[in-house]
Design a protein around this ligand. Structure first.
Ligand SMILES: Cc1cc2nc3c(=O)[nH]c(=O)nc-3n(C[C@H](O)[C@H](O)[C@H](O)COP(=O)(O)OP(=O)(O)OC[C@H]3O[C@@H](n4cnc5c(N)ncnc54)[C@H](O)[C@@H]3O)c2cc1C
Length: 366
C-alpha cells in the first residue's frame, strides 16, 4: 500500500476531474488521476461544444448561474484563443410559431447585459431580409426576422489535449484504463487490479457515475442526481451561422451549429437509467430532423447524417422541480471525511469548479 504525502486521488478524467487536478497541483499537492477508460471520452466529449452562459437557463430565472458562466466563458477565450470561435447565434422568428419576438429580444439583451465587461458583442434584432442574408438556408415563408446574440463554440478535443498536457507538466499522474472499484471516506481506494492506495483526499469526479460509485460502496450523500441523455446528429449540410431553433410542440430549443464536417444538430433530453446504453435512438434522430426541417428551405433526410453522439447529463437532483428542463445545471460538491464528491456542472465551469473544490476543503474533517 502507498502512503499519504499531501496526496490527492481524482477518480474520473473529464473536465471536472482535470479541473480539480489542476487546482490541487497548483496548491502543491501530489495528484493522481484514475480514469477507467480514456481521458475525456465520456460526457466531456459529447456536449454541444459551447462555452456559454446557457441562454435557456434565463427562462428559469437562473441569472447568477448564467452570469458566472459568462465570466468563465471569457476566461476560456483568453486562455485558448486558438481553440475557441466567437460567433453570432441567430434565433429565427416565424409568424404564429415561436415565442414573442419582444420576449426573445429581451432574453438575448439580458444575456448580453449579464456578461457585463465580459460581453463579446451586442445582441441584435434583424429584419427578415437581413436574417436570410446571414442564414440563406432558412425558409422565406412567414419569416418575420430574428434576434441574435454572441457566444462561443469550442474545439473540445484540442482544449482537452491542452489541459492534459498542462496537468502533466504540473506533475499530475494520469492513469487511463484504471477503474476505482472500491473507496471509503478515509482516503482509501482499491483499483480493478487490486492495487490499494491511501490519500489525504479522494475526489469523486465520475460525472454520471458519481452516485453509482457511492451507492456501490455504501457511502451516504446529501445529494442525488437524475440522468438525462442528450443526443446530437452530425450532418453534411452546412449552416453559415449558428442557429437556435425553437420547437413549438414542447417549447424546447435546439442548436444547428457549424462544424468541420457540416453541422451539429442537438440536443435531445431523454430521462436515462444508469444501465441504459448511451446511443442516439431513431426517435431522437427523427425529433431533431423534424425540428430542423420545419425551418430550412431544403429538408434534410437520413442520407445527410454522417454520425451521431450521445452523452448523459448528470443533474443535481432537486425534488421540488418536476420538469427536467427546469432543474438547475449548477453543480454541488460535498466533503465527507477525506472524500469530496462532485455532482453536475458544465464544461464551461469545469476549471472554476476545481478551484472552488480546493478552496472549500475542510482539513478538520479528516
Ligand atoms: C448532450 C450534452 C450537451 C452538453 N453541452 C454542453 C455545452 O455545450 N457546454 C457546456 O458547458 N456543458 C455542456 N454539457 C455539460 C458537460 O458536458 C458536462 O457537465 C461535463 O462534461 C461533465 O464532466 P465530468 O467530468 O463531470 O464527467 P465525464 O466527462 O463523464 O467524466 C467522468 C469520467 O469518470 C470516469 N469514471 C467513471 N467511473 C469511474 C471509476 N469507477 N473509476 C475511474 N474512472 C471512472 C468516466 O470514464 C469518465 O471519463 C453538455 C452535456 C450533455 C450531456
Amino acid at each position: 500500500m502507498e502512503s499519504k504525502n499531501n496526496s490527492v486521488a481524482i477518480i474520473g478524467c473529464g473536465i471536472n476531474g482535470i479541473g480539480t487536478a489542476l487546482a490541487f497541483s497548483e496548491k502543491g499537492y501530489q495528484v493522481k488521476i484514475f480514469e477507467k477508460g480514456r481521458a475525456f471520452a465520456e460526457t466531456s466529449s459529447k456536449s454541444s461544444k459551447l462555452l456559454h452562459g446557457g441562454l435557456r437557463y434565463l427562462e428559469n430565472g437562473h441569472f447568477s448561474l448564467v452570469q458566472e458562466a459568462l465570466k468563465e466563458r471569457a476566461s476560456w477565450v483568453q486562455q485558448v484563443p486558438n481553440f475557441t470561435n466567437i460567433e453570432r447565434f441567430y434565433l429565427p422568428i416565424y409568424k404564429g410559431r415561436s415565442r414573442n419576438r419582444f420576449v426573445l429580444y429581451a432574453g438575448v439583451k439580458l444575456y448580453e447585459i449579464l456578461a457585463g465587461k465580459h460581453s463579446l458583442g451586442k445582441s441584435k434584432f434583424h429584419s427578415a431580409k437581413d436574417t436570410l442574408l446571414n442564414n440563406p438556408n432558412l425558409k422565406k415563408q412567414d419569416l418575420l426576422g430574428s434576434v441574435s446574440y454572441v457566444d462561443v463554440q469550442m474545439d473540445d478535443n484540442q482544449i482537452a489535449l491542452w489541459l492534459l498536457e498542462k496537468a502533466k507538466s504540473q506533475g499530475v499522474e494520469i492513469r487511463e484504463g484504471v477503474e476505482v472499484t472500491s473507496l471509503d471516506i478515509n482516503g482509501n481506494v482499491v483499483l480493478n487490479d487490486d492495487e490499494h492506495y491511501s490519500f489525504d483526499y479522494v475526489v469523486n469526479a465520475t460525472g454520471p457515475w458519481a452516485k453509482k460509485l457511492l451507492t456501490a460502496n455504501r457511502i451516504e450523500s446529501n445529494f442525488d442526481m437524475s440522468l438525462v441523455k442528450g443526443s446530437h446528429l452530425i450532418v453534411s449540410r452546412l449552416t453559415k451561422n449558428p442557429m437556435v431553433l425553437q420547437n413549438n410542440d414542447d417549447g424546447r430549443i435546439i442548436f444547428m451549429l457549424p462544424s468541420a464536417e457540416g453541422s451539429i444538430i442537438g440536443t435531445t433530453e431523454i430521462p436515462q437509467k444508469s444501465t441504459d446504453s448511451i446511443i442516439c435512438s431513431e426517435e431522437e434522430t427523427n425529433y431533431l430532423l423534424d425540428i430542423v426541417n420545419s425551418y430550412i428551405a431544403e429538408p434534410i433526410n437520413h442520407d445527410a447524417i454522417i454520425g451521431s453522439y450521445s452523452g448523459v447529463r448528470p443533474l443535481v437532483f432537486n425534488s421540488y422541480d418536476s420538469s427536467v428542463s427546469k432543474i438547475s445545471r449548477d453543480s454541488a460538491t460535498e466533503q465527507v471525511g477525506s472524500l469530496i464528491n462532485i455532482f453536475g456542472g458544465k464544461w464551461t465551469s469545469g476549471l472554476s469548479l476545481g478551484q472552488k473544490v480546493v478552496n472549500s476543503i475542510k482539513k478538520d474533517q479528516i
